[in-house]
Design a protein around this ligand. Structure first.
Ligand code: XLS
Ligand code: NI
Ligand code: NI
Length: 438
């Protein structure tokens, strides 16, 4: 197979002054930020499904982009052409990781035995491609939402037979992940939820999901999977109510069912915002619970109520993301561009320009987050804000020496407290502006 993206060279870093569309302006892999290379802070990954699959189809219209890569869609030749295209794409951008669902890799057959045979064939081909490159797998997953059999869920389905197909797919996807040396395995419960309580036993469904996850851990470990399992929260779409609503809900589930040894979260920007949170909020909740695993790097549109999966463009959001990641001690996973070019962006150049945008946006986010941390004023303000817990009665509260009677006595002695001190939001926002634009 020859070159697919013929007019597109290896994408160089040219700096902010460059007017070359096919160059990085901010992503400079070897640049040192806070003592580490940018590329180490930012392990970027390509999402097989969007980049090599999604071709612009929406609810109202068919494909706009040609992603046949010279082969007939629905064939194994096409599956291989996607591998060729994907590896050329990653090499040209300097991306070292990829993420996949089982059925992103091959056309799904009617019979799962045939699908698995195809997966064996394509995974041999992918493994061959990986040799001699430093391209690795970030995470794998099973698509347990597209096939009609999963209309009522996978782990949460009412049908025990369908449940077995979910199990079979997880088993195979885990085997593929191990074959590729993947760092993680993701559960995104697109159809793990419900439309109406009139037909749903929520408790039973959640218990069944947990049972499946325990089986996945047991099997994964038995075949040598050493990475993290991740749950990717999302509040809705396609289901009206999804069980893994947001980071906090998902952490509760993980702990409720004793999965915390093996599971962390894969936080997606657009899912957090659909849940009515900021991206940053869900990252914080994950990080403070020791469950910040991986990130699906994209962004939504605040005017739209669904998962638009846009390439990250908002530098503020990327900055707060990187701030949380740095403060949270980094990721065990990486930054997967679970993002697709807009429907009218249908050319090969658009594929590259989309990734250049996403990678530059996160590079800027990293640079700005480091600048905020190095500036130090915000961090020291936050520390200072809780200083009353460092001595006196505050210290007793924190150390566990206090009881209600002691605290009530302290209040009685004071009669009335001083006001707790200005929150200084506007001052802090000005500092952010100053760090950003000076
Ligand atoms: C969909 C999800 C999906 C997961 C992987 O909204 O983001 O793409 O990342 O199944
Ligand atoms: Ni995602
Ligand atoms: Ni999504």
């Amino acid at each position: 197979m020859g070159e697919i993206f013929k007019n597109i060279p290896v994408i160089p870093f040219e700096g902010p002054g460059s007017s070359n569309d096919l160059a990085f302006k901010f992503y400079d892999p070897d640049r040192m930020i806070l003592g580490r290379k940018m590329s180490e802070h930012l392990p970027f990954a390509m999402a097989w499904w969007h980049n090599l699959g999604a071709a612009g189809t929406d609810m109202f219209g068919r494909d706009t982009a040609d992603k046949s890569f010279g082969a007939k869609k629905g064939t194994m030749e096409h599956a291989k052409a996607k591998v060729d295209a994907g590896f050329e794409f990653m090499k040209k951008l300097g991306i070292k990781l990829f993420c996949f669902h089982d059925v992103d890799l091959v056309p799904e057959a009617d019979d799962i035995n045939e699908t698995n045979r195809r997966l064996d064939e394509i995974s041999d081909y992918i493994l061959e491609k990986m040799k001699g490159t430093d391209i690795r797998c970030l995470w794998g997953t099973a698509n347990m939402f597209s096939n009609p059999r999963f209309m009522n869920g996978a782990g949460s389905t009412n049908s025990a037979d369908v449940y077995c197909f979910a199990a079979a797919q997880i088993k195979k996807a885990l085997e593929l992940t191990v074959k590729f040396g993947g760092r993680g395995y993701v559960f995104w419960g697109g159809r793990e939820g419900y439309e109406t309580l009139l037909n749903t036993d929520v408790k039973f469904e959640q218990e069944n999901i947990a049972r499946l996850m325990h089986m996945a851990v047991e099997y994964g470990r038995s075949i040598g999977f050493k990475g993290d399992f991740y749950i990717e929260p999302k509040p809705k779409e396609p289901m009206k109510h999804q069980y893994d609503f947001d980071a906090a809900t998902t952490i509760g589930f993980i702990r409720q069912y004793g999965l915390e040894k093996d599971f962390k979260l894969n936080i997606e920007a657009n899912h957090a915002t659909l849940a009515g949170h900021t991206f940053r909020h869900d990252l914080r909740i994950a990080a403070m619970n020791g469950m910040l695993g991986s990130i699906d790097a994209n962004q939504g549109d605040y005017l739209l109520g669904w998962d638009t999966d846009e390439f990250p463009f908002d530098v503020y959001e990327a900055t707060w993301c990187m701030y949380e990641v740095i403060k949270g001690g980094g990721l065990t996973g990486g930054f997967n561009f679970d993002a697709k070019s807009r429907r009218p962006s249908y050319t090969y150049e658009d594929m590259f320009e989309s990734y250049i945008l996403g990678m530059d946006t996160f590079a800027l986010g990293l640079i700005k987050a480091a600048a905020i941390i190095e500036d130090g004023r915000i961090d020291s303000f936050i520390r200072e804000r809780y200083a009353s817990y460092e001595s006196g009665i505050g210290k007793k509260i924190v150390s566990g020496e206090a009881d209600l009677e002691m605290l009530a006595a302290h209040a009685a002695e004071l009669g009335r407290p001083e006001l707790p001190g200005s929150g200084k939001q506007e001052k802090l926002e000005s500092i952010v502006n100053q760090v950003f634009f000076s």
